[in-house]
Design a protein around this ligand. Sequence first.
Ligand SMILES: [Zn+2]
Length: 188
Amino acid sequence: MMTKRWGILRGKEDNLIRDLRETALSCKKLGERYGVSRQAVYAFSKRQGIVRPLKPKGHQTKGCRLCRKLIQISKKRHSEYISIHTIAKEMGGTWAEYLPHLRTLKSKGLVNPKFGRLRSKKVEKAYAIYFTKELPIRTIGWKVGLNNFSSVIKKHRELGWNVPPSLYVYDRKEKSRIQSGIQREKRR
Ligand SMILES: [Zn+2]
């Protein structure tokens, strides 16, 4: 097999670094993904000093402390709206450590497939308010410094997230104002 030069990766190094850090995919698989050899991926990860997450090979989910803890967190109400940062914190470790276990649990159907997908802490905060307080979506956005919370909700719904309706009841006047605002933005 011919070893391709790194030039082909230019601009994609960041993606590869992320995949090396956050997935347990083999160097061979990553090589295929990035169009370089297995050896090149391996050498690159060494050069970058990346510590790869371990594959939870042949381990028993029930006997695994990390898996048990993940299942426990995933059983919380609205657990899919917990960000990966909070999960890592509750796990008492890093994302890379628990990710392979989460993958195993998902492949076995033991946790909600949406659990552990949310990356943004701001969005997590916004949802936490959304589920508990009777506030307009826009106000929640302001509180957490998110100016597009309503489009985040819309996107999540489109992706199949079961986002419950807002606790805040909009009166008719507000509704039409928001609608015309949306129309204005669309026309832009
Ligand atoms: Zn495990």
